[in-house]
Design a protein around this ligand. Sequence first.
Ligand SMILES: Cc1ncc(COP(=O)(O)O)c(C=O)c1O
Ligand SMILES: Nc1c(O)cccc1C(=O)C[C@H](N)C(=O)O
Length: 410
Amino acid sequence: MLSIAQNLDRQDALAALRQQFYLPQGTIYLDGNSLGALPVAAKERAVEVVNQQWGQDLITSWNKHAWIDLPLHCGELIAPLIGAAPGQVICCDSISVNLFKVLSAALQMQKGRSKVITTVDNFPTDIYVIEGLRQQLGEVSCELVLSEESEIETQLDERIAILLLTQVNFRSGRLLDMRRITELAHEKGILVVWDLAHSAGALPVKLDGCNADFAVGCTYKYLNGGPGAPAFIYVAQRHQGEFQQPISGWMGHAAPFSFNSAYAPVPGVKQNLSGTPAVIAMSVLEAALNVWSDVDMLRVRQKSMAMGEFFLECLKACGLDDEFVCVSPDSALERGSQLAFQHQHAYAICQAWIDAGVIADFRAPDLLRVGFTPLYISFEELWQAVNKLKLIMENKEYLRDAYQSIQTVT
Ligand SMILES: Cc1ncc(COP(=O)(O)O)c(C=O)c1O
Ligand SMILES: Nc1c(O)cccc1C(=O)C[C@H](N)C(=O)O
């Protein structure tokens, strides 16, 4: 397997991109699907924005360093990565806050309909935000409907206002068919909101091509914007006239510096700004997004799928495939850029693996999740990681007391 891995690395057209990231010596990082690695340019930008722009140029930087344009500018850098033509994406807030905005606005657009449907195993924040809206607006205006992921298509009917789906399931990695589901929903007059948390930067997304209505996503995973990096929101051009988000803050005003007490939203996607953008975080994100300027997303997808397949082969070669039950779809075409394995000792194994230099993550109650980030991970690392796992299992390393008590984060 080692020589196969080395051969795949030699043929890897993305291999050189690794030099653009800091990765700690002796660590194999298989958790870029939760927090992306640090790009060299992002670190340099952090220093520059703090020392020079904030430290020396002070408030003049809003113009001098175009701080005021960062949300739209970052949105324009994200747009091609998610298949959106210019003028439809803006960077702001978190996914949770952007979901609140987009769901509220979409409900307003769907007069006479109140049901918002999503999947039972969606990332919890997506469900919580719908539930929060229901409490705020009342059941008559917002009703939460939960469906099994496998049954979602049969649940769509004319009483549903909005379908909220995460394109790649955060646990199983299952990839939903955006084009087909959007089309089915539209046939019933349903507006669709896509959560791209595990898609943006992981695989080619075609929002415009699939006739999507709205989308949200984060930049701290595959886009490497850093912990808590600002999220993004997509509003299809055709909806921008009618769309009115509820957090009508001054940064979404047509003329914020007129300080007019009457709110008049700026036309277009910029209306999604509410308060002052997180300039330091967004500057760092901008540098991280520039890494993508020459990256072909089809190549990213090819490598991501090859990595998933190779990882499974490594497990087999080490005799671990029976013990680690893969709960992700069998076909790489139906997965995002991760694999999840069920094991009763998943938490302890994950901790022991981290101690052995391999960072993956645990998702309760019993999943070991492995993420593949094609910009900076090699096939040889995957082989090494599985070998370390084999040792942990052979030595029953994971039974040590230190690995038993579950911590909260990651
Ligand atoms: C699918 C999905 N949606 C939403 C979130 C949360 O986004 P945020 O913390 O930006 O609100 C996550 C992960 O944190 C996620 O995996
Ligand atoms: N956003 C995170 C955080 O602030 C701390 C720890 C983890 C996260 C995550 O992104 C979790 C992630 N969305 C997941 O798929 O599980």
